[in-house]
Design a protein. Sequence first.
Length: 438
Amino acid sequence: MSSTFHVRGGRPLEGEITVRGAKNLVSKAMVAALLGESPSVLHSVPDIRDVQIVSELLSIHGVKVERDAAAGTLRMDPSNVERAHVADIDAHAGSSRIPILFCGPLLHRLGEAIIPDLGGCRIGDRPINYHLDVLRNFGAVVDKREMGIHITAPNGLQGAKIHLEYPSVGATEQVLLTAVRAHGFTELTNAAVEPEVEDLISVLQKMGAIISLQTDRTITIEGVESLGGFEHVAIPDRIEAASWACAALVTRGSVFVRGAQQKPMATFLNTFRKIGGGMDITEAGIRFFHPGTPLKAIAVETDVHPGLMTDWQQPLVVALTQADGISIVHETVYENRLGFTGALNDMGAHIQVYRECLGGSSCRFGRRNFNHSAVISGPKRLHGADITVPDLRGGFSYLIAALGAEGVSSIRGIDLIDRGYEAFREKLTALGAEFWED
Ligand code: EPU
């Protein structure tokens, strides 16, 4: 049974922590290694549960994975890729969204792929229709069976013209991982261009792929006969960095996030500054701090890159509970990513959620009964409460709230945070937080 994590809030977080590679690049680069004829080496790999899950998925498909967790190095040898046992695949059902990205590489390597029921955070329906449509575009045949989805490519995979209805990160990665070795030319329009997607393009280019990214969100890929291995340093985790930035603000502290990079965080940094947060940007990292003056309310909406990332939204909402006035947050990427606000209200916040598109443009969730806009009145003193982690980013946001609250909070389901935040207990200790587990 998972332990309960108790936090005594009210202490400013002070000190330095390091962020390593982005969860949302590392897991995809690991899948890319399957496409190579020779071994790949990935550096700056964080010691998180999602890396463990993808390592296991690679291993059951015959990839030899050697990991030095302390050094953050992963060596993957795909010379003996083989079919996995259905029971082994099934053992990973519900644990991650990454298996869907195994399809293209497995079709190239083995001619078939079996995908278990997917997991990931419950922040909306999280369908896989774009992924399956993409695979069909390349000529794959998708057969939904009781044990999962069985995908084959009886005539091989052919390059295709694909337009995404929405610039989905995962569907864009699906196209990349499939097109690089498909026959002929692929053109993807309305692609996602998140920095993690661009970093995956860099990984694939190192392997021998030919991919160009145009300014209008179009990606073109010329399929090649074979790919080699890669050696790559993963882009730093800008979601983790922003989470610690918000923790510094909410606890009225000062945290130097070693490894945080300015460019991929530009939109977050603008928002943080508009709230009134302090920052010193250096080559080595970014120090985030509370300036000692009142924080300001803002109106923001999440969007695909270069907009404000949806994954920054949850920690920012906690910071906005401490801002002076009425803030508005319009979540346009996931239909159900504001459910976590209920527990913040139990802690003394004042947040109301609405179905309407508030404070910005109308989005695809307007008038569809999804509570996807939040109005936050602050500043409100938070107090300790008993809370349960709902999802990865929501969970870390509860941790931030608990660190800034008066008294003790008891958080259940804390292990979920291990999926994406490396050594967060050690980092909390380094920053002077008071917590214990039982
Ligand atoms: N969508 C569909 N059909 C699909 C795929 C997506 O309707 O087949 C919808 C989703 O439901 C969502 C929107 O499209 O409303 C965008 O989803 P996207 O495909 O971009 O998300 P993802 O690839 O599943 C990744 C990250 C998420 C991050 C999003 C957006 C990984 C493993 N996950 O998810 O990260 O929020 O992109 O940037 O890369 C997290 O790290 O906590 C996390 C949830």
